[in-house]
Design a protein around this ligand. Structure first.
Ligand code: SF4
Length: 695
């Protein structure tokens, strides 16, 4: 319980929930957080906030916090509370033993988009420099890894192109596979403000999100209510209309983009099989709606695209990101205010966790590990030899654990046993490990399989930085003493030193200084500048000492923008007589991801359970009434939850959130994944739904 009262001191810090990255003033009374007040000077929020950042901070001091390190030899043993020194030595000895027995490649690490840039940087450094492999991956693997691939390949940089404020200059807003009013509420409100001023809205989503039907004075001009899994066909059909109806901005494309790729792309999208008429039945979107939406985006003035996990979490997630980039380049909607391609990042530091080199193929700043010059730079700085081959991605780690070649895993701030798809497979893999080290503020689901538990620190207990969806690096400032006595970066540093990899940072600012020395995009970033400016949008270097609000203004980061072909390939996940419905998933405003934080706050009162949304027609056919318990069964598992009958859904498609572990959406998701990045296909699962007795 947080007592109200007059604060004794206040500190500006950054929300630890979504990728909007709102700035708050934390009002403190001694060691107690009295309230979070949205900061008028916040670059991302300008004094606004949502119910999560404003009210849902009680989890930080919840009774479930674990504040003492624990170890055990076997996962069937009870936990044994130990000192920090003993826990760190226990973990280091285990990892050294694994390395001696199985080799250095048997060990890896997983970083979290909940942790700071500095913490993430240290974990990937520990794995790369400590074990000489690149077996480090981030939870962005399961959300926005296709964004990294798609935007890097087409534009040359793995990031969104705009500031949030840029939406106020947009004339046409296209929202694809995102639900900003629930998932990114402060930005969703800004978008609605622009829509109320008269901007046009196109929504591409299998479900009628609030922007389509429930927001006062806001109504989508076109809702492309597509069948889950057909994003690529829709985006390519939009391109078909733009090309065949002469709506291309030829001057922009010829001057700013690679002409050969542009020519090939035009010929590809113009094929009759890519026309709206040809894909209408497949996608479920009427041809005239596709044509009208394409015309509006191409001719309606400044066109801005915002997209979310409804784009990326598919077997063709990367292809859709590429298709979106193609649309922006073809219409000249890139490089100025009011336009652009904008991934809406789910977690507070998805952008940062990707930036910080926690993909197995890239060093910090998205430079490939095979690049000799880059590797030499890091080898010189860290004083070690580094591997030139990409390491294991998260799904590869699981597979290698099951086949016996991967034995040690360090997981910081990520609950892979709950948040990753095909949970039974994940649990099988985790049981095979000889040493699983979990660093977290709660004894999460993953900790059930752990041998070492290292208590984490919440965002209120540490210094560092988060990077939001608009590339804005914002300070995270310590307002209370870490409950477990250490900040997360100190724990990683202790583990590195116990493993024989010297780390001697005195403060996260020194870690950022090292990042700046080694990374062109961050060369001008420092804590001193962050204190002075409040926040900085990277790239920040000699060319842009104050940062870069709009990317690709004069030329693309890769030089010429590159068009790529977007061939539609149907997902392997098919409906059948046994599994006739498609399940897709999403978030709700008051809750956050697997709910580890928000379920431990009063916000739970606004959303007490996950429900299965089902169209009235399907409910009638299946004899399901609103509130009935239903069993949801897929080819990988089954779960039980209560039905919510709503015409938000389309017939044949059901939907649920994934904020409560007992409803277990990931028990039933499949192991299909994006062809380029292995991002799981959370958004398409064939299921059977039937009424069941209350469990
Ligand atoms: Fe926090 Fe996102 Fe809400 Fe802002 S919009 S207060 S960053 S959860």
């Amino acid at each position: 319980v947080i007592e109200n009262g007059q604060p004794e001191h206040s500190t500006i810090t950054t929300c630890a929930y979504c990728g909007v990255g709102c700035s708050f003033r934390a009002d403190m009374k001694g060691e107690q957080l009295v309230r979070m007040v949205p900061d008028k000077n916040g670059g991302a929020n300008h004094g606004h906030s949502c119910v999560k950042g404003r009210f849902a901070f009680g989890y930080a001091t919840h009774k479930d916090r674990i504040t003492t390190p624990m170890v055990r030899e076997k996962i069937s043993d009870p936990w044994r509370e130990v000192s920090w020194e003993e826990a760190i030595q226990f973990a280091a000895d285990k990892l050294k033993g694994i390395q001696a027995k199985y080799g250095k490649d048997a060990i890896g690490g997983i970083t979290s988009s909940r942790c700071t840039n500095e913490e993430t940087y240290l974990v990937q450094k520990l794995i790369r420099a400590g074990f000489g492999n690149n077996n480090v991956d981030t939870c962005a693997r399961v959300c926005h890894s296709p964004t990294g691939y798609g935007l890097k390949t087409t534009f040359g940089e793995s990031s969104g192109t705009q500031t949030f404020d840029s939406v106020m200059q947009a004339d046409v807003i296209m929202v694809i596979g995102a639900n900003p009013t629930d998932g990114h509420p402060v930005f969703g409100s800004l978008m609605k403000r622009r829509l109320r001023q008269g901007a046009k809205l196109i929504v591409v989503d299998p479900r009628s999100i609030d922007l389509v039907r429930n927001s006062p004075h806001v109504k989508a001009d076109y809702h492309l209510k597509l069948r889950p899994g057909t994003n690529v066909a829709v985006v390519t059909a939009l391109a078909h209309v733009i090309v065949t109806e002469g709506l291309v901005d030829e001057q922009f494309a010829l001057e700013r983009c690679d002409v050969e790729s542009f020519t090939k792309w035009k010929a590809f999208v113009a094929k009759p099989e890519n026309s709206p008429e040809a894909v209408a039945e497949l996608t479920g979107v009427p041809a005239e709606t596709l044509r009208a939406a394409a015309r509006l985006y191409a001719t309606g003035g400044n066109g801005a695209i915002y997209y979310g996990l409804g784009v990326t979490e598919h077997s063709q997630g990367s292809t859709t990101v590429i298709g979106i980039a193609n649309l922006a380049m073809a219409t000249g909607n890139i490089g100025r205010e009011g336009v652009g391609v904008n991934p809406l990042r789910g977690q507070n530091n998805v952008q940062g966790s990707c930036d910080m080199g926690s993909f197995p193929h890239e060093f910090v700043g998205y430079r490939h590990v095979s690049d000799t010059a880059t590797r030499a730079q890091f080898e010189a700085a860290w004083g070690v030899s580094l591997a030139s081959e990409p390491g294991l991605r998260i799904p590869n780690m699981f597979a290698a654990a099951i086949d016996g070649s991967f034995k040690g895993l360090y997981v910081q701030g990520e609950d892979i046993a709950q948040s990753d798809p095909d949970i039974q497979h994940v649990h099988h893999a985790l049981r095979e490990l000889d040493c699983l080290i979990v660093q977290d503020i709660f004894l999460n689901e993953t900790a059930k399989f752990a041998h070492v538990f290292l208590p984490g620190s919440s965002f209120l207990e540490k210094n560092g930085t988060f990077t939001n969806a608009e590339r804005r690096i914002s300070p995270v400032r310590k307002v209370m003493t870490p409950l477990a006595g250490k900040e997360d970066w100190e724990v990683t540093q202790d583990l590195a030193n116990a493993l024989g990899l010297p780390m001697n940072y005195n403060h996260p600012s020194e870690i950022m200084d090292e990042i700046a020395r080694l990374t062109p995009q961050f060369a001008g970033v420092s804590y001193e500048k962050l204190d002075r400016m409040g926040s900085i949008q990277w790239p920040c270097n000699d060319e842009a000492p104050e940062g870069t609000p709009i990317m690709h203004a004069d030329q693309f980061v890769r030089g010429k923008g590159r068009f790529m072909l977007t061939e539609y390939v149907a997902t392997e996940e098919r409906t059948s007589s046994k599994y006739p419905l498609i399940l897709t998933t999403g978030r709700i405003l008051s809750q956050y991801n697997v709910g580890a934080q928000t379920r431990r706050t009063a916000n739970v009162a606004w959303h007490e359970e996950d429900r299965l949304e089902i169209h009235p027609h399907d409910a009638e056919v299946l004899g399901i009434a609103d509130g009935d318990w239903v069993g949801v069964k897929s080819r990988t598992g089954e779960t039980v939850l209560r039905a919510l009958i709503t015409d938000r859904m389309q017939p044949g498609v059901v939907y649920t959130t994934f904020h409560f572990p007992h409803s277990g959406a990931n028990v039933i998701t499949t192991d299909n994944s994006d062809w380029a990045t292995n991002c799981p296909e959370y958004k398409v699962t064939a299921v059977h739904v039937a009424k069941v007795a209350q469990p």
